[in-house]
Design a protein around this ligand. Structure first.
Ligand code: TYM
Length: 357
């Protein structure tokens, strides 16, 4: 058994705030409403109560075929949107995954602890690979959840230095990946000594799965939704309003929450409730007898009021790319500090020989 002491000194002491880590892929020209309500809004609020690490996961983005110039652009746009939503580089470590090479290194070590069958049971992999066929499915897509586990566990507090949580704000679709991460953390600890805190998924109650505006039984998704089904954060006000007005509702005219019989209205109620901070019951009361039209019109205004300032700030931030690069360099420095310390512990515990001087 390795000794209890570890070089993860920068992970802090018992008095240090809990850690939070999350990531998002730069695979679209804009984030969407599901990303915002399922995850990103929580990222912003948690920076005040947690030692926060947030990354744009460009290594994950190349698990499907991609265009290099587009990836570079989308990575910058992703960072600008995060800052525009309120992430503050002085309060949170915002960085690009590929700037911290330890992510890929830890992913290798964890992949050697993951069963082939275990990885094959990941439902997101099964969905994506069945759409692309075996020929178009990369090994990277198969091992994607292990890289995600590495993203999280690199920022684990040192469990030997007192109790300190590791929280991961994500939407419902990431629950299984978080379970795998917990399993791998426990397996590593069991085999090599206490090294990782098993992370807790932090999934919002009302907005964990925002659905497609045209297919209210399917998740709003950048890869699967039609343009009419998805609300982009950076969307112009006109089209944004139109999409909400044209969202599929159900026969009848009552604004009531009913997941089974009224999936469309229920999704819109959830969005409204989450954005305005009003309970679903209060909204039902407010729109009693007024029909879908007024309800959708007001909801469109609430969505516009939320996203218009974010869009404007994003565009402004993108005007000064050098400043964005400087902020990312600062984020990478801080992330590397923690990641390097964790990896040093991992290398020692796994049995790699320390490099001589
Ligand atoms: P990604 O890039 O697909 O999505 C980013 C976040 O948005 C959430 N989300 C949704 N929430 C509610 N309703 C929706 N319709 C919806 N669509 C997306 C996702 O749950 C996610 O939280 N594998 C991750 C990226 C990742 C990661 C990590 C996350 C890589 N490493 C480490 C956490 C920790 C993903 O594909 O997210």
């Amino acid at each position: 058994m390795p000794e209890a002491s570890s070089p993860q000194a920068s992970a802090g002491t018992a008095a240090a705030p809990p850690r939070v880590l999350s990531g998002i892929q730069p695979t679209a020209d804009s984030f969407h409403l599901g990303n915002y309500l399922g995850a990103l809004r929580q990222w912003v609020s948690m920076q005040d109560t947690h030692d926060a690490f947030y990354c744009v996961v460009d290594l994950h983005a190349i698990t499907v075929e991609h265009d290099p110039a587009l990836l570079r652009r989308r990575t910058k746009v992703a960072v600008a949107q995060l800052l525009a939503m309120g992430l503050d580089p002085d309060r949170a470590t915002v960085f690009v995954q590929s700037h911290v090479p330890e992510h890929a290194e830890l992913a290798w070590v964890l992949s050697c602890l993951t069963g082939f069958g275990e990885a094959g049971r990941m439902t997101q992999f099964k969905d994506k690979s069945s759409k692309q066929g075996t020929g178009g499915t990369s090994v990277g897509l198969f091992t994607y959840p292990i890289l995600q586990a590495a993203d999280i566990l690199l920022y684990s507090p040192d469990p030997t230095q007192g109790e300190r949580a590791l929280r991961v704000p994500v939407g419902e679709d990431q629950r299984q990946h978080l379970e795998l991460t917990r399993t791998l953390a426990q397996r590593f600890n069991h085999r090599f000594g206490d090294t990782f805190v098993p992370p807790e998924a932090h999934i919002p109650a009302g907005a964990a799965k925002i659905t497609d505006l045209q297919e209210p039984d399917a998740k709003m998704s950048k890869s699967a939704s039609s343009p009419q089904g998805i609300i982009d954060v950076l969307e112009e006000p006109g089209p944004m309003r139109k999409k909400i007005m044209r969202a599929v509702t159900d026969t009848g005219s009552d604004v009531v929450y009913d997941e089974e019989k009224k999936a469309g209205v229920t999704n819109l109620l959830r969005i409204y409730s989450a954005l305005e901070g009003t309970s679903v019951q209060d909204l039902e009361r407010r729109y009693e007898g007024s029909g879908y039209g007024q309800f959708k019109k007001d909801l469109a205004q609430v969505v516009l009021d939320t996203f218009t300032p974010i869009r404007e700030r994003t565009l402004k931030l993108l005007d000064d790319e050098e400043q964005l690069d400087r902020l990312l360099a600062k984020g990478a420095d801080r992330a590397c500090e923690v990641a390097a310390a964790t990896m040093e512990t991992v290398r020692e515990r796994v049995g790699f020989v320390r490099r001589g001087r």
